[in-house]
Design a protein around this ligand. Structure first.
Ligand code: TYM
Length: 322
């Protein structure tokens, strides 16, 4: 029986935070280890180019994210780990999709609407973001895309674009339609992990707790969690705490420490540190051997390219340029 295909990516825009981890990356590891899927995990460096225009920073972030992937337990023997820009089929397929997708349709994307609402001058890369993402997903005949809630619309765009292509070109190959329709996989309880100010945890809000944070960084972040004394319990502390401990365990702790925010924050610091410490130490070991990390990405690129270029050939025949 052939396994289902699973794919997901993360942008190398800086250190991943616990929102990225609980919302998406932890699922990557669990689903990989389930043995039920053929897995592809990549570094979305061309998507990150919308935010980073500094070669040194891009190189550093990309390598760091590859180390992060290995440190959380993505085994390159079991999964294909690669960098988006190494596979030129992604941008080539993006162009092909560009010719099918309309401007009003892309104007409905949340990320574009948010940028516009903030009065930002939106570049074409940001406008086109969902189309490149559709190419990322559809090139590998992906069945399942594990992501946080904020990426749900993007996976829906990928489905729509697959359907549009299949309809436009008859889309028939000997195996069926050209593109499979992917499904998002979102864990409801961690679909949107809150940050230290209660809003969605996000690098752009500066409200994150880094996944590989030092003890000092954890202390600083937790001490600056915004507390609100109006409710039964300090919701912003509690909502982060429940990522690390079950609610049954937390209830007596919060009951015994009503109004004692300093105690609760101390307990949270200990719990986060106990969780992060082994990850941090494992990461520090892996970071000593950058050559090995480059080798992992090179081997991953070769494997990804074999699949992606074959798929692009099919697409090129279907649209009549081959
Ligand atoms: P990125 O790099 O912004 O985020 C990586 C993953 O982390 C999830 N996430 C969260 N989940 C829960 N709570 C939060 N506060 C939180 N913040 C981030 C995101 O939902 C995401 O799953 N566009 C993607 C990268 C990408 C991609 C793809 C993903 C490019 N091509 C193809 C899947 C398939 C992104 O910017 O993720």
């Amino acid at each position: 029986m052939t396994k289902k295909t699973l794919l997901s990516g993360v942008k190398p825009t800086g250190r991943p935070h616990i929102g990225n981890y609980f919302g998406a990356m932890r699922q990557f590891v669990e689903l990989l280890n389930s043995g039920d899927y053929s897995c592809y995990f990549f570094i979305a460096d061309y998507h990150a180019l919308n935010f980073i225009q500094n070669a040194e920073e891009m190189r550093r972030n990309t390598l760091d994210l590859a180390i992060d992937y290995l440190a959380i337990g993505l085994d390159p023997k079991k999964a294909v780990l690669f960098k988006q820009s190494d596979i030129s089929a992604h941008t080539e397929l993006c162009w092909i999709f560009d010719t099918l997708v309309t401007v009003p349709y892309l104007m409905r994307a949340h990320a574009f609407k948010d940028a516009e609402a903030k009065g930002k001058e939106v570049n074409v890369g940001t406008f086109n973001y969902p189309v490149l993402m559709a190419a990322d997903i559809l090139l590998y005949d992906t069945d399942v895309v594990p992501v946080g809630q904020d990426q749900k619309q993007h996976v829906e765009y990928a489905r729509d674009i697959a359907q549009k292509f299949n309809n436009a070109f008859g889309g028939r190959t000997s195996e069926g339609c050209t593109f499979k329709l992917p499904e998002p996989k979102i864990l409801e309880s961690v679909a949107t992990v809150p940050g230290i100010d209660g809003r969605k945890m996000s690098k752009s809000y500066g409200n994150t707790i880094p996944l590989f944070a030092s003890r000092e960084e954890i202390e600083k972040a937790v001490m600056s969690i915004v507390t609100d004394s109006s409710g039964e319990l300090p919701a912003n502390v509690y909502n982060i705490h429940k990522l690390f401990r079950s609610e049954e365990e937390l209830k007596p702790l919060y009951e015994a420490n009503k109004g004692k925010y300093a105690n609760l924050k101390k307990a949270l610091i200990e719990d986060i540190d106990a969780f992060i410490k082994p990850l941090r130490e494992h990461r520090a070991e892996l970071a000593k051997n950058e050559k090995k990390v480059h080798e992992v990405l090179a081997a991953g690129a070769e494997r990804a390219n074999a699949i992606a270029s074959k798929k692009l050939e099919v697409v090129k025949k279907t649209i009549g340029v081959k």
